[in-house]
Structures are given as C-alpha cells and as structure tokens.
Design a protein around this ligand. Structure first.
Ligand SMILES: NC(=O)c1ccc[n+]([C@@H]2O[C@H](COP(=O)([O-])OP(=O)(O)OC[C@H]3O[C@@H](n4cnc5c(N)ncnc54)[C@H](OP(=O)(O)O)[C@@H]3O)[C@@H](O)[C@H]2O)c1
Length: 333
C-alpha cells in the first residue's frame, strides 16, 4: 500500500438534523495523477451553510448521495502536476472534497495568489465576500440613509454584508442567534441594532428597529425572519434572496412566509435571487474594492478556524446551530 489518505464519507443522509454520526473517517491510498491531472495537498477546507443544502436534493449542483466522500471546497497546494499551467508549489482553490489529498483535472483547480493570511482567500476574498458584495450592492442597491436588515448577521456572509452596508452610509440591523452574538455585532462590527432571533417577537422588534420601513432586506435564512421582514418592508423595498438556512437542517423547513404575494404587490417590492457565480465577470473589480476596505481597516474580517480533518463533521453541525462567528474554516494541513 502507498502513502495513506484520510477522507470523510457521508455514510447516511440525515433524517432530521445533521449529526457527526452521519459521517465516518476512511483511510485509503493517496491517489496518483494521470495526464492532465494534479495531485493536491488540502490545506484549508471552507464550511458553508450550503454544504447541508446539498444533502437535500439537487441545487445548483448534484445532490450528495450516501457513501460519497463529502463534497467541499478548499485551498490546496499542488504537489505533483501533469496539467498545463500548474506547477508544484502553486496554491489553488478547488472542490477537493473532505480529504487530505485529492487528484483532479488541472482545469478544475483555480490558481490563487499566495497572499497572507491565506484564510482570507476563503472568506472575504472568497465566495462569502463576493456573495455579500454583489448581493448587497448589485441587487440590494442601498442608498445612504436606507434601513438595511441582514439575517444570519454574525455568519460568514452576514458579517460582511452588514459592514458593507455601514460603509455605504446605511442604518444596519442584524438578526442573529443569542444575546452575546447580538451584543458583539453592535460592539465589534458596528451594527446599529441586533435582534436575537431566539427570543420571539421578531416582527415587532423589526418594526421598532426600522420605524420607517426596511429598504433592503438581505435574506440568508428565509422562514420566519423573511416573514418578519416582509411585513416591515418600505414601499419599493428590495429583498435579496441569498439563501434559506432556516430550512436546510431538518425535515421540511419552516412554513410560510405569509404575505406572499399580497405584500409584494401592495408595497411594490423586488425580490432577487442569485448565485454568486452570476457575477463572475465582475470578480476582479469587486475583489479590488474589498481589498481596499480590508487594508484600510474599514472592513473587519471575522474568521473561525479550527484544526483537523476529523473535526469537520462537528464543525458543520456547529455552523448550522449558529456556533460560528464569521467564516468557519478547518485547517487540514
Ligand atoms: N447565493 C449564493 O451564491 C450564496 C453563496 C454563499 C452563501 N449563500 C447563503 O448565505 C447564507 C449564509 O451562509 P454562510 O455559509 O455564510 O453561513 P453562516 O452564516 O456563516 O452560518 C450559518 C448561520 O445561519 C444561522 N442559522 C442557522 N439556523 C438558522 C435558523 N433556523 N434560522 C435562522 N438562522 C439560522 C446561524 O446563525 P445565528 O444562529 O446567529 O442566526 C449560523 O451561524 C446561507 O443561506 C447560504 O446558503 C449564498
């Protein structure tokens, strides 16, 4: 047997909430690249709320099936290359899956600059940052003084969307789980108000926080937060449908929302769904603007990094329970 490779298999599909027991660690042999392929050593795996949505059925990608190595995206280093344009030592972003070593066609590995800290390539300069940027600015289009509400406000996308709205001169209200997280959003990230989604009375709390109505709602959750925002939208408000994490981990998601389509009509609302890759053509200017804000200290990057491949299942379960602050990443090597 050649050198080993550990990987994490989704053993069973969750019937209710996801649990670490749905996964198992498997030891196999390190794969060898063929013509056109690269051997990658996985450095950091990004955990995203959508990892759980992939278990529910086909989305913008095929559904995960039991017995497959868990899908996942990573920053990795090229160790051996039989692909044009990639050499040992190159850093790449790739869909490696939850494993220590991966082989894939070189054309599927996207080269990244080795600018420290590398984790920023998965947070603010990765999918989370670009999702917050394009969702808020291209679809939400907030004006200075607008009331902007962000759900999952303390998460990877939410921490950035809320701060970008502040940079644009908006009044920003976050919705998150737990009093401590809400205090932190106001104290550390500059949210004007943060509402604890676990205490109930969400609709009234949003009304109090946005007495003139919500101009832009950046929706990461769907469910009752969506409904609470819908009832409090200002006329001509925009709802940016980024994701529906309240429905990812469980049996059937939350019911509702009520108010559809009546409130959309009477308030003349615009709802826009998007996938971040829709904006691929504008990636470079978006990254340049994000970099300017980060380097001038105007945009804080919150990362939540733990270590060890075996900890990935618990880290994903924790993300879905709201244990994370900012971008959750697992360092594998
Ligand atoms: N459209 C796109 O291209 C795109 C790209 C990337 C991500 N997304 C979406 O962006 C959203 C955020 O993803 P992320 O990866 O950045 O994850 P994240 O926000 O870092 O983590 C998920 C958060 O969801 C919250 N949550 C969990 N269960 C909830 C529930 N029942 N109701 C309300 N909130 C709940 C938790 O925070 P609290 O407990 O603090 O509420 C948790 O921290 C997801 O909907 C994801 O699908 C979309």
């Amino acid at each position: 047997m050649g050198p080993p490779n550990r990987q994490i298999v989704l053993e069973t599909l969750p019937e209710g909430r996801l649990s670490p027991a749905n996964f198992r660690v498997e030891e196999t042999e390190r794969p060898k690249p063929r013509e056109g392929e690269v051997l990658l050593r996985v450095l950091y795996i990004t955990l995203d709320a959508s990892n759980r949505a992939w278990m529910q059925g086909p989305t913008y990608r095929a559904a995960l099936k039991p017995g497959e190595v868990m899908y996942g995206r990573a920053l990795a280093e090229v160790v051996e290359s039989r692909a044009e344009g990639l050499a040992p030592g190159d850093l790449v972003f790739a869909e490696s899956g939850w494993r220590e070593w991966a082989v894939m066609p070189g054309r599927l590995a996207q080269k990244r600059p080795r600018t420290p800290p590398l984790t920023h390539l998965l947070s603010v300069y990765g999918i989370s940052g670009l999702t917050a940027y394009h969702g808020l600015l291209d679809l939400g289009r907030p004006d200075p003084g607008d009331a902007v509400v962000v759900s999952a406000a303390g998460g990877a996308v939410g921490t950035l969307a809320g701060q970008i709205a502040k940079l644009k001169g908006c009044r920003v209200v976050g919705v998150a789980g737990g009093a401590e997280k809400c205090e932190w959003l106001v104290r550390e990230l500059g949210y004007d108000v943060a509402i604890d989604r676990r205490t109930g009375g969400l609709r009234a709390a949003l009304r109090e926080a946005c007495p003139h109505g919500i101009n832009v709602y950046f929706d990461n959750t769907g469910g009752e937060i969506f409904e609470g925002a819908l009832f409090n939208m200002a006329n001509h408000g925009r709802i940016v449908c980024c994701g529906g994490v309240s429905g990812y981990d469980g049996l059937g998601g939350e019911p509702g929302p009520r108010g559809v389509p009546g409130l959309i009509v009477t308030k003349r609302l615009t709802l826009s769904g998007f996938i971040v890759t829709d904006f691929a053509q504008r990636r470079e200017p978006a990254l340049a603007e994000l970099r300017g804000w980060v380097e001038s200290g105007r945009l804080k990057v919150v990362e939540d990094v733990s270590e060890g491949l075996a900890g990935l299942p618990a880290a994903l379960v924790g993300l879905l329970a709201g244990d994370n602050r900012g971008k959750r990443i697992v360092k594998v090597a």
